[in-house]
Design a protein around this ligand. Sequence first.
Ligand code: ZN
Length: 153
Amino acid sequence: MDLSFKLSDNSKKLEKLVLDTNASFADIGSFDAISSYEMECKDAKLTCPSKLFLKDILGLTGCEISVNKMTAGSKAPFAHKHKENEELWIVLKGTGSIGVDGKEYPVKEGSFLKISPDGVRTISATTDLEFLCIQTKAGSLNESTLTDGVILQ
Ligand code: ZN
């Protein structure tokens, strides 16, 4: 069973995608136009409108990131949690609410919400809501910024 998501036949295609040795580049257009994209996992019979998963497109090896838009008044069709991955939800535009284990966190532009793997999460949009969601394996980051970066002159 292939559980990866791919752009559906109905989706806008990525026009500018550059996969170089040490860099991957994609320009998805404005975040407002995210509704032109649709991803699907055929084996799981799941279709996700207004969503773009970037891990496979960019060849990411340490995280998955999705770009999402929900229309005013809509909500995720199901609650979910993860086996190993924590998530960071970053709201770019709009208002809504993210529920974790039954507690509601009101969100708007500039909201950041980290959810541990076991947190059962839901999301609803009050107004059109645009957000990013970054999944990483909980506890996987050993070094960052100045302890991982190497400054070259
Ligand atoms: Zn998730």
